[in-house]
Design a protein around this ligand. Structure first.
Ligand code: SF4
Length: 289
């Protein structure tokens, strides 16, 4: 992987498209993704964004936005005024097109610096979206941010299988991600398990029972209806659907998603589907966290 330092003009990007219904802004501490060659990178929706990749192979590059915190400090007040005026609140989704806690974070600490800057000048809403247990390294920062803004930490756990035949390994073991979620929840941080993309689950009842013990909510995001193209056409051109169908032919259809939603609802009060779930709009929302 080619890693390079590439300063950014503004770390706060005004949201467009579906993300507009979630938060006013997104923040990407890195460009590209260190997990592009891991299991989640196979069907990753972001790889189809040619503006972002600029012809580079997904998983082969990582641009480090070393000045992310400095940029936040410089731009937050202006963007806060704009967001409150035009979107109602200043919300940041970190991150929609990269992993904010890649192994390179140990060296560069871009995400940590950005979170520290946010603690000084908190957004109204912060959603931290990650695919790795490494997010728990910032547990103290998340705890402090939870007291300063409406914080949700989303940890993606797309299946209960540590290995999916035909696909590369996970970047972070399933057991470690559940453990990270549990630690965040125990620290008082609103924690959501995003089952995204929804893959074949060996024991759905046990999986969602474990999710209920580890998080306040789950979001199910199937590539059919979730990848931004009609009928999941973009993802159907990747190796992901064949690997899913080999385990469970029904798993590549919306019927499977609906069946998993029904199981999830047996275990959790807060169950979200697709973009509504990412926005915190759950199918049922009548219990306090
Ligand atoms: S961590 Fe997220 S952005 Fe990175 S490859 Fe996986 S799904 Fe895509």
């Amino acid at each position: 992987m080619e890693v390079s330092v590439a300063p950014i003009r503004s770390i706060l990007t005004r949201s467009t498209g579906f993300l507009k219904t979630v938060t006013s802004h997104s923040a990407q501490p890195y460009r590209g993704c260190a997990f592009g060659n891991a299991l989640c990178g196979v069907g990753c929706y972001v790889q189809h964004n040619h503006y972002l990749t600029r012809g580079r192979t997904w998983g082969a590059f990582l641009d480090v936005r070393e000045n992310a915190a400095e940029s936040y400090v410089k731009n937050a007040e202006r963007e806060r005024r704009w967001a409150r005026r035009s979107r109602g609140s200043f919300g940041v989704f970190m991150s929609s097109s990269t992993e904010p806690f890649p192994p390179q974070e140990d060296r560069y600490r871009v995400t940590q610096g950005l979170l520290e800057a946010m603690l000084e000048s908190p957004p109204d809403v912060l959603i931290a979206q990650t695919h790795t247990h490494r997010a728990a390294a910032c547990l103290d920062l998340f705890r402090a941010l939870a007291a300063a803004c409406d914080l949700r930490v989303h940890i993606s756990i797309e299946t209960d299988r540590e290995r999916v035949p035909g696909l590369p390994p996970h970047a972070s073991r399933v057991a470690q991600r559940f453990e990270a979620a549990r630690a965040l929840k125990a620290a008082g941080v609103f924690t959501v398990i995003t089952v995204s993309p929804l893959l074949p689950i060996r024991d759905p009842d046990a999986f969602f029972a474990r999710a209920a013990a580890s998080a306040h909510a789950v979001v199910l995001d199937h590539f059919v209806g979730g990848d931004g193209s009609a009928q999941g056409a973009r993802t159907r051109n990747t190796p992901l659907p064949a690997a899913m169908a080999a385990l469970d032919p029904e798993s590549v259809s919306p019927r499977y998603r609906d069946r998993m939603v029904a199981v999830a609802k047996r275990h959790l009060t807060r169950v979200g589907v697709h973009i509504d779930g990412f926005a915190g709009r759950y199918l049922s929302d009548d219990l306090p966290p």
